[in-house]
Design a binder for this molecule. Structure first.
Ligand SMILES: O=C(O)CCC(=O)C(=O)O
Ligand SMILES: [Fe+2]
Length: 270
């Protein structure tokens, strides 16, 4: 039977295919799950590379130091170690949706691998927004997170908890409200959770026997500063490709002087 309405003229989205469904879910509840995005081969590669880069970071910085700054089991900026992670997060299914919300100019603000080990509390298991300390409502998304499930996200393995509609809540609600309304996002490995970065969420506790990995890429408008200066971190790699320069934020860094700012703008006129 056809759905009927009265007293309603306007509708945000009318033509509903899978893409529109994803857009509508992110718009209203704040998140959507895209299934079957990564192949088995990609998942295995992601798993072993995340573990290897993490080991490299542990060797470099020391596990005690990492623990002191809540960085244990967190892989910072894997895309700067291996282009594989850049390719994963720029699949068209993702960039099409990100572009829908952020428009023609967005950057990779940060990328992190989350290694949620069996029966260990992870720093990301605390409620947060991916834009921390922002306790207000914004009418349009300014950052979209793409959390790829490298392993199955289940109740057992510590699936992400989301608080639906919370991008429309200025402040975080009470623990009582959080517990009554949180949703545990079960998603098969190879899926990606795309969400408005203002949605409150946290990783679940991993009660299983296995490690549960995720890869979170945060895309933002270029007005927001990157967590790590990718130009420096990547030694300007891919700088010859205009689309990559833009995505990696090479063209939206803070100029050092008035003259440099003006020169930048002048160069763009040529
Ligand atoms: O691993 C998860 O379930 C959540 C990760 C997360 O919130 C983050 O990386 O910001
Ligand atoms: Fe997060």
């Amino acid at each position: 039977m056809e759905e009927k309405f009265y007293g309603v003229d306007a509708r945000t989205i009318t033509n509903v295919g899978r893409f529109e469904e994803i857009i509508e879910e992110i718009t209203f509840q704040g998140y959507s799950v895209i299934s079957d995005l990564l192949s088995e081969a990609e998942l295995q590669e992601a798993s072993s590379k995340l573990d290897a880069i993490y080991q490299e970071q542990v060797n470099d910085f020391g596990i005690d130091n990492l623990k002191k700054i809540n960085e244990a089991n967190l892989v910072r900026c894997p895309l700067s170690y291996d282009d594989f992670f850049l390719r994963l997060c720029t699949k068209p299914e993702i960039t099409n949706a990100v572009g829908h919300f952020l428009g023609g100019y967005y950057i990779i603000n940060q990328q992190n691998g989350i290694i949620n080990r069996a029966k260990e509390e992870h720093h990301q298991s605390s409620w947060h927004r991916d834009l921390p300390y922002q306790d207000y409502i914004i009418s349009k998304p300014i950052a979209i997170a793409c959390l790829m499930c490298i392993d199955d996200f289940t109740e057992e393995t510590g699936a992400t908890f989301m608080l639906p509609f919370s991008h429309q809540m200025a402040n975080i609600p009470s623990v009582n409200y959080l517990n009554n309304h949180k949703v545990s996002l079960h998603a098969k490995k190879g899926s990606a959770v795309l969400f408005n970065a203002m949605v409150y969420h946290k990783a679940g506790y991993n009660r299983s026997e296995n490690t549960r990995r995720g890869l979170n890429t945060l895309f933002s408008i270029p007005l927001l500063k990157q967590q790590i200066n990718l130009f420096e971190q990547m030694d300007g790699r891919h700088g010859e490709d205009p689309a990559m320069r833009k995505l990696l934020g090479y063209d939206s860094q803070v100029p050092g002087t008035v003259r440099a700012w003006r020169q930048d703008h002048l160069n763009r006129k040529k």
